[in-house]
Design a protein around this ligand. Structure first.
Ligand code: TXA
Ligand code: MG
Length: 363
């Protein structure tokens, strides 16, 4: 397959409905309506879209990504009216979350209407994850295609999610029909995936762009899926309710380890010592840190996620940073833990997954 690239100058058309009429969007929408696959920017990361009601189209997503078949996809909508066709019912808390966070980086797991959604999208579950992205190109594409789009992150399975069209092409050129290049994605980490119980309690299945603090301002009770609170170094535990959370993910090719502890100076000293030892072993060393500390380290590849005080910036830089280690051939990478506040919780979740939960705890 030749992968077509459409450039979409987002600055020119702010309004998604006007944008949907542009020739690039019309062409990409037609590819999707005919069962093809098109990658597109969202406010979180780039997604790889296909018609959520067309099983053959959805199978092309799994094939292009090399994604395990038991990992369900998120369905993206551009207007609330599309929800009716996809899910059986929406309770009060779910409605309140949609009112507060849509369009935006929140995916809700809802009881699926089986006929409307390919069973490949839900991996046979009786629920479907739905979100309305907050990005004019994504909304315009869904409108142009005239149907909800199933869209996982547009990376090869296991690789860091793409925050630029060039990341999509690095992983999937030749395997997908096209990509809409709308510049850098905004948030940088994926949406928060939640499920609401009959009692209105919200369970976070995957931390993401909407923080636990923000959810708690809308819902009476918010908790993290216990499977995600797994203690450091513990390999076994309960199965996560979001199937995707069980896979090693976002991982750079080199071995990676997260270093954490209550005292920043002790953590820094340990990272410096480990880097030195690795260099003596002949490793191509990498360090992932923050502006406040990055100057302390000697490594072949150094990536700063910005200031320790700005978790939003860390989220924006994370995946490009992980890809940079691969591009530079790093074989041994140490990552400094970041504060767990706000979107920092999602950054830490991804860092620990990228490291395959290899952690050095420093007292
Ligand atoms: O920000 C995002 O969510 C991006 C952009 C493209 O929208 N998409 C994304 O999709 O991250 P993906 O496929 O990489 O991650 C989807 C996550 C997986 O962890 C999957 O297991 C979970 O959502 N998921 C999907 N459907 C589910 C369901 N019915 N029940 C529980 N978890 C579900
Ligand atoms: Mg993904």
């Amino acid at each position: 397959t030749t992968t077509k690239v459409w450039h979409v100058p987002t600055s020119l058309f702010q309004e998604s409905l006007k944008m949907a009429a542009e020739p690039e969007l019309q062409e990409a929408g037609l590819v999707l309506a005919q069962g093809g696959t098109v990658a597109f920017p969202t406010e979180t990361v780039y997604g790889l879209g296909a018609d959520a009601g067309n099983t053959e189209a959805v199978e092309r997503i799994f094939a292009a990504k090399g994604r395990p078949a038991d990992n369900p996809l998120i369905v993206h909508i551009s207007e609330l009216a599309q929800l009716e066709g996809l899910v059986q019912h929406v309770n009060e808390t779910e409605r309140a979350l949609m009112d507060s966070f849509w369009p935006g980086p929140l995916s809700l797991v809802l009881p699926v209407k089986r006929d409307a959604v390919s069973p490949r999208v839900t991996a046979g579950l009786d629920t479907v994850a739905v979100r309305m992205p907050d990005h004019s190109v994504a909304l315009a594409l869904i409108s142009a295609a005239g149907r909800p789009l199933a869209a996982p992150s547009a990376n090869r399975s296991g690789r860091p999610s793409p925050t630029l069209a060039s990341h999509v092409l690095a992983d999937l050129a030749g395997y997908i029909d096209g990509v809409l290049d709308g510049g850098p994605a905004g948030v940088g980490v994926e949406s928060t995936v939640v499920q609401v119980g009959e009692d209105g309690a919200v369970t976070v299945l995957r931390p993401g762009g909407v923080t636990a603090e923000q959810l708690a301002a809308v819902a009476a009770s918010v908790r993290l899926d216990p499977a995600l609170q797994r203690a450091a170094g513990e390999a076994e535990g309960p199965a996560p309710r979001s199937p995707g959370m069980k896979y090693t993910h976002y991982a750079p090719k080199g071995a990676m380890c997260v270093v954490q502890g209550p005292r920043a100076d002790a953590v820094s000293a340990r990272i410096a010592a480990e880097l030195e030892a690795a260099a003596r072993r002949g490793e191509v060393t990498g360090v992932l840190s923050f502006d406040e500390h990055i100057g302390h380290y000697r490594a072949d590849v150094a990536v700063s996620l910005g200031s320790l005080a700005a978790p939003e910036e860390a989220a924006r830089r994370l995946y490009a940073g992980l890809r940079h280690f691969d591009d530079e051939g790093a074989t041994f990478i140490l990552a400094e833990a970041c504060p767990d506040r706000g979107v920092g919780a999602a950054v830490m979740n991804r860092l620990l997954k990228a490291a395959g939960h290899h952690i050095i705890n420093v007292d």
